[in-house]
Design a protein around this ligand. Sequence first.
Ligand code: NDP
Length: 284
Amino acid sequence: MANIIDGKAVSAQVKEKIRGEVSELKEKGIEIGLAVVIVGDDPASQVYVRNKEKACELVGFNSYKYALPAETTEEELLALVDKLNNDDRVDGILVQLPLPKHLNDKIIIDNIRPDKDVDAFHPVNVGKIMIGDYSFLPCTPAGVMELIDSTGVEVAGKQCVVIGRSNIVGKPQAMLLLHRSGTVTICHSKTRNLKEICSGADILVAAVGRAKMVTSDYIKEGAVVIDVGMNRDENGKLCGDVDFEDCKEKAGYITPVPGGVGPMTIAMLMKNTLTAGKMHHGID
Ligand code: NDP
């Protein structure tokens, strides 16, 4: 039976550490603020935004929520981003994606000040990650690294396979594993012999979006298996890309869904916001 990696516990530890730092900063009169912008009424986005507000409250950040109607124009949204870019109370700006179809995510993200881009989606931050000189890491891949670290397994020298090459998960994930000296293979929908490649991985990260696609014949005995996927199974139940029940005997460490990577994403957003706040106040 694999060791189950408890994302809730690891994320609670990360947030607790942040809470401690925030309270020390408050004693010095320094407050940290995160602005969260949501456009429209997508139910999943509403839940994510609520969870982000709760996390801010827990760690002691000021959170500023801007809920805009679905028909908000690009000019209106850009004007808000500009206002937040210039608001000293705001250390981090998060525009909840996806935006309604008439708004272009890329244009909006490109207009967030890079030093307030706590999602690390701005091209400047993406480029910095590539060269290994970064302030912020994208939240989900950074959370995955914390979960791997929680196992005590060293990444250096290991065969690492990432399934998925999206800009928000797969690509930055591969880069973070590479920065830690893993030998990294990136797989995608055109990859041949996916099963064979995955079964050679000491560390396997699945970020595909296909319910229970990764079965035990994809994994190496004793591997660290991290499941980023958030899907619904045939009964409408939340599940990952990994067939947990099938893989849990063979893996060395495995994340459940829910309760694995999901809770880490918000914890890493809090970490990035703290980093941004400290930068803005000239603290290392
Ligand atoms: P995308 O749809 O942007 O990317 C999916 C990737 O999987 C693509 O690179 C695609 O390949 C690849 N892929 C699709 N089908 C196959 C296949 N049969 N074999 C191999 N590769 C395949 O998704 P995201 O990266 O945004 O998200 C991935 C999953 O992670 C989703 O379930 C999402 O909900 C979840 N997620 C969870 C988060 C969390 O906090 N836990 C945060 C973000 C995402 P190609 O490029 O060739 O199309």
